[in-house]
Design a binder for this molecule. Structure first.
Ligand code: HEC
Length: 158
């Protein structure tokens, strides 16, 4: 009787530990993914921190798109469209260094903003192909701004 109880206990312990192991493995692998794609955490108020937020939302948007989770697509695209601004002092430093190029910089930000809004509209209509087209435009906007400004702005904050 006692041994049977012990046996049951042993079995349930094994089941519990195995279950915990698979949960732990999931956590470990998702941590590995984010540490591979996000560089070290940027300081509060920096543009870099805003960008790291954009990266995270873009990754999650990609997953939502591929899973055709339209509600989640709307949420993630909204986070991108309405991303937080860097601190006032960061903005002043960028504006000063940018000079007349500031209009181009803002135009890039506006292109990403508009494409993210279009993603939301198409997601609300459950139009996955439309979402895909808007996503291409959005990611093109990220890369276009990086091509023009990432190096010089990054050097400002070194
Ligand atoms: C208006 C210009 C502009 C747009 C649009 C833009 N970025 Fe950036 N991004 C920058 C600049 C400038 C930096 C460099 C910041 C620094 O190093 O301080 C940067 C850096 C980054 C980085 C590197 C962060 C790090 O840890 O070094 C990532 C990731 C990133 N952006 C993601 C995105 C994503 C995703 C989008 C589009 C959804 C996007 N960016 C759109 C200007 C832009």
């Amino acid at each position: 009787m006692l041994t049977q109880k012990k046996l049951l206990l042993a079995i349930s312990l094994v089941i519990l530990t195995t279950a915990n192991f698979s949960i732990a493995n999931d956590i470990v692998s998702s941590a590995a993914v984010s540490s591979n794609t996000t560089k070290e955490k940027a300081p509060e108020g920096s543009l870099k921190l805003v960008m790291q937020g954009l990266l995270k939302n873009t990754q999650e948007l990609t997953a939502a798109m591929l899973n055709e989770d339209f509600a989640l697509i709307v949420t993630k695209a909204d986070n991108i469209a309405e991303h937080p601004a860097p601190s006032m002092s960061t903005r002043i430093k960028i504006i000063k260094a940018m000079g007349s190029d500031m209009a181009k910089f803002k135009e890039n930000d506006e292109n990403v903003h508009k494409a993210a809004l279009d993603i939301m509209t198409n997601a609300q209509q459950k139009n996955i192909n439309g979402v895909g087209e808007n996503f291409k435009k959005m990611i093109g906007g990220c890369l276009s701004c990086h091509g023009q400004f990432k190096g010089s702005v990054s050097a400002l904050f070194k």
